[in-house]
Design a protein around this ligand. Structure first.
Ligand SMILES: NC(=O)c1ccc[n+]([C@@H]2O[C@H](COP(=O)([O-])OP(=O)(O)OC[C@H]3O[C@@H](n4cnc5c(N)ncnc54)[C@H](OP(=O)(O)O)[C@@H]3O)[C@@H](O)[C@H]2O)c1
Length: 415
């Protein structure tokens, strides 16, 4: 299913190869400096090309959700000359699609807060996974017309990259849309594939539980687990998402907002593998329902621990999801000794994963297998495509609130 939210669709994005009068649009974090005197957006900061990944932190460290027009700003004032802007041995590319991922929130933190990645710089474009087509190149490694992708693509219509460092050339399957290369064939799919292959040790008939099962990562994991002959339990935050999970073949899908996770796992478990996308009380429930020697593949346990250790109180606007997480922090703390005891008593295997540290081991297999299966439909995926860079702030906010129904993509421009 490829969906485009009608009310979010915009016809203002530039379909042309060149923007009239070299007008250049950017999307950046707001700052007073930004509003008055903006640095050149195309002088890309070197650290964008050398991401320092270590540990993830709570997005709750932000005071509030990123509000479009306040926290994030769409700006059309930047001007460049696409014909003459110096490349200094690099390349100029036109940005086509951008991936809106949950982790972007963590990079919207103030610089004194350390994490595995660099914080964004106020007044400069947000940077994330995206795909761009090369317009000019002064490096023999890439030619005009080729697509490049990576985690350093700025939320801009055009970008100069000093080299191919941190970028790869997209070997696009003719029957797949480009956007898939930032979704099921991109970072989220790679996370699912590599994490599953590395840590699941799945055997036919084992019971697998996947939280956030309708997202690009969770939905991929569900299909890997089913293909391996496992029984799959999966949760999501709406009936529509639950229906999608069922269409993937999950044996039991439920809405965690209306159904008690502990009760489900007590009935459908014990579980041999838990793919954790959320932490909190759902992780607690999974530990309670774990079989001896169960494997846990997690990404947010550390975030909870850090938040707790630093005494950070989640500051999300009230919603059912937020309330459950807010409550789960103290619960997690007070029950952490008990959880740890269960880790020992059940000899659980807890694996934290970061895709950039793992994927290289599986890249060859991934590209040999996954694009073809996406084309054939053997692996299903969904996308929610929003047209227009000016809508990026709304998409970022929607993903943070869990309102996205599928892989969130911003279509910046057609070729
Ligand atoms: N470690 C790594 O290398 C790595 C790589 C990729 C992704 N990840 C992580 O994997 C998870 C899934 O990624 P994805 O791209 O597949 O995300 P996604 O499903 O497209 O979007 C995030 C989803 O998380 C759920 N959610 C859980 N807690 C939430 C909360 N407190 N507030 C709002 N939404 C909440 C929502 O779904 P429901 O309606 O079902 O609650 C929301 O739609 C994310 O946590 C992401 O950061 C980690």
């Amino acid at each position: 299913m490829t969906t485009t939210t009608a009310e979010q669709a915009s016809e203002t994005w530039c379909p042309a190869h060149r923007v009239p009068e070299s007008r250049h649009r950017t999307y950046s974090l707001a700052s007073h400096a930004h509003r008055t005197q903006r640095p050149s957006a195309l002088q890309l900061r070197p650290e964008w090309h050398v991401p320092l990944f270590s540990l993830r932190r709570w997005a709750d460290e932000l005071e509030d959700y990123p509000i479009p027009g306040e926290t994030t700003v769409y700006d059309e004032t930047e001007q460049i000359d696409l014909d003459t802007i110096p490349l200094n041995g690099g390349l100029l590319a036109k940005v086509l699609v951008l991936s809106v991922d949950p982790y972007l929130r963590g990079r919207m933190r103030s610089p004194e807060k350390k994490s595995y990645n660099l914080p964004f710089t106020l007044g400069e474009p947000i940077v994330g996974y995206g795909i761009a087509v090369v317009l000019r190149s002064e490096t023999e490694e890439v030619k005009p017309g080729q697509y490049v992708q990576g985690p350093i693509v700025p939320f801009q219509e055009y970008a100069v990259f000093p080299s191919l460092t941190s970028l790869v050339i997209v070997d696009k399957h003719p029957q797949l849309p480009l956007s898939v290369y930032i979704g099921a064939a991109g970072m989220p799919g790679q996370t699912a594939y590599a994490g599953w292959k590395e840590h699941s040790e799945v055997k036919p008939g084992e019971v697998v539980f996947v939280s956030t099962g309708a997202g690009p990562v969770g939905s991929f994991v569900i299909q890997l687990a089913k293909a391996a002959g496992a029984k799959v339990i999966a949760s999501a935050g709406s009936e529509e998402k639950v229906a999608f999970i069922k269409s993937l073949g999950a044996d039991f899908a439920f809405n965690y907002k209306t159904t008690d996770t502990k009760e489900v796992l007590a009935k459908e478990g014990p579980i041999d593998i838990y793919w954790d996308n959320v932490g909190g009380e759902i992780l607690d429930a999974a530990i309670d329902a774990a079989a001896v020697n169960a494997r846990f593949i997690v990404r947010v346990l550390v975030r909870l621990s850090v938040a707790r250790l630093r005494g950070i109180t989640p500051a999300r606007p009230p919603s059912r999801r937020v309330l459950s997480l807010s409550l789960s922090c103290p619960i997690f703390m007070s029950s952490s000794k008990q959880n740890l005891a269960q880790v020992v008593a059940k000899t659980l295997h807890i694996h934290g994963i970061l895709v950039f540290r793992l994927f290289h081991k599986y890249a060859k297999d991934f590209y040999a297998e996954v694009p073809a299966k996406l084309v054939s439909g053997e692996i299903k995926y969904t996308e929610e495509i929003t047209k227009g860079l000016d809508k990026a702030g709304h998409v970022i906010l929607a993903v943070q609130k869990g309102e996205n129904k599928a892989k969130a993509v911003v279509l910046v421009a057609e070729e």
